[in-house]
Design a protein. Structure first.
Length: 244
């Protein structure tokens, strides 16, 4: 506030009145954060995990608009420092549980930070290349590495939008996840430009062309967001050269 008043050239007489009004309105001197004192794990030298997840998401979003290799390198460097990528011994807690802070002299502290969970999930979908633009969902991964794709076939079991457990077969050199309850299978293609297939519950299959990714129609996007049982599954063939 003082610095801003200096920039505006406010004199001492007016300054005193403005500072008084500012304090009466915002109670700035009363604000000490969410607690009256800092906890031991909020001090200097502590890792604030939620902020690390915010940084990860920021890098991922920047990479979407500027897909440079250096940003991809930084994304992976930050991601590998988050708990889920650490051993329990290094993290000082269950790695799959979110924690707020880790002080320099102890393991992870204050579990249950839902904010970190939210940002890590969003970052993962960005990493998977799931983008929504102008009411249409696209699948255009740029941050995935080839090593994430399975080496052997497997069966992916998921809770379908029908409310029952179903499964899809996932071939070698593929990976699978769900989006709005719809299974999406990514598979690597050594040749060709890439393509997509949309499977419906009536047995029909619609082939989609690759244009910097696979983009659903507005109607297909609406079905996915509404968790329509008509949309059965998606297959996305990704050119392997895109991941290098």
């Amino acid at each position: 506030m003082q610095a801003r008043l200096d920039e505006l050239g406010v004199g001492p007489d007016d300054r005193a009145g403005l500072l008084k009004a500012y304090e009466e309105l915002f109670h700035h001197r009363s604000f000490t954060g969410r607690s009256g004192t800092f906890f031991k794990y909020e001090g200097l030298g502590s890792i604030y995990w939620h902020m690390v997840s915010k940084l990860l998401l920021s890098i991922a979003e920047q990479h979407q608009t500027e897909p440079h290799s250096r940003l991809a390198e930084l994304f992976r460097h930050v991601r590998d420092g988050i708990g889920i990528h650490k051993t329990a011994d290094a993290y000082g807690a269950f790695p799959t549980d979110p924690y707020s802070h880790t002080p320099s002299f102890a393991g992870a502290q204050q579990p249950g930070m839902t904010g970190q969970v939210k940002e890590d999930i969003i970052s993962r979908f960005v990493e998977l290349g799931v983008v929504v633009t102008a009411g249409r969902i696209s699948f255009a991964p740029r941050l995935l590495k080839e090593e994430e794709f399975l080496q052997t076939p497997t069966r992916f079991t998921y809770l379908a939008n029908t409310g029952v457990w179903e499964h899809v077969e996932v071939p070698a050199r593929s990976l699978a996840f769900t989006y709005c309850g719809v299974p999406v299978v990514y598979t690597l293609a050594d040749d060709g430009p890439g393509a997509g297939e949309v499977y419906s519950d009536d047995g029909t299959v619609e082939r989609l062309e690759w244009t910097e990714g696979i983009t659903l129609s507005q109607d297909q996007t609406r079905q996915m967001f509404s968790r329509s049982v008509h949309l059965k599954s998606l297959l996305v063939e990704i050119p392997v050269k895109r991941l290098k």
